[in-house]
Design a protein around this ligand. Structure first.
Ligand code: THU
Length: 160
């Protein structure tokens, strides 16, 4: 037997203002989407913005439901719309921002496990990495060069 080490490499920006201009713009779109989230139960608002290789930008936010599991995260709201509207486009990157209405959210908020699985499907489908940038409402911004980097030992079509 042997141990296997799996590493993830992340880039941490100390502040949103350190980001390249085009990423700031995508994050601004995610922030605008966050402010329109429908999150009356958790009071935790999440916004996502996706840049496609055809230049289109898609945004989405979390949509909650009185039947809690029927709600959907911002990332999946956005990525499923992108997949539905532009099935042949590749996703270049995603910007994510999340904030609680109950307290300040300064920690970078990563996509949940279910969203990582959903994003992974598109990364595998397009056979090129999807960059992910995530933050709270202020503070550090984290960049992952791919989704796979955030989901070690991912389950994908190759196992089927
Ligand atoms: N949420 C997202 O939109 N994305 C995530 O990756 C994590 C969680 C939403 C779901 C729910 O509406 C609220 O945040 C609290 O979990």
């Amino acid at each position: 037997m042997k141990d296997i080490k799996i590493e993830s490499i992340l880039t941490v920006y100390e502040d949103y203002n350190e980001l390249p201009e085009d990423i700031v713009s995508l994050m601004d779109t995610a922030s605008k989407a966050r402010l329109k989230a429908y999150a009356p139960y958790s009071k935790f608002l999440v916004g996502a913005a996706i840049l496609l290789d055809n230049g289109e930008v898609i945004s989405g936010n979390n949509q909650e439901n009185a039947s809690y599991p029927s709600g959907l995260c911002a990332e999946r709201t956005a990525i499923y719309y992108a997949g539905a509207e532009y099935p042949d486009a590749k996703i270049v990157r995603m910007a994510l921002t999340a904030g609680s209405q109950k307290q300040p959210t300064t920690a970078p908020i990563p996509p949940c496990g279910a969203c990582r699985q959903a994003i992974s499907e598109y990364e595998v489908k397009q056979d090129s990495p999807i960059e992910i940038y995530f933050m709270g409402t202020s503070g550090k911004v984290v960049k992952s060069h791919s989704l796979a980097n955030l989901l070690p030992l991912g389950f994908d079509r190759s196992f089927l």
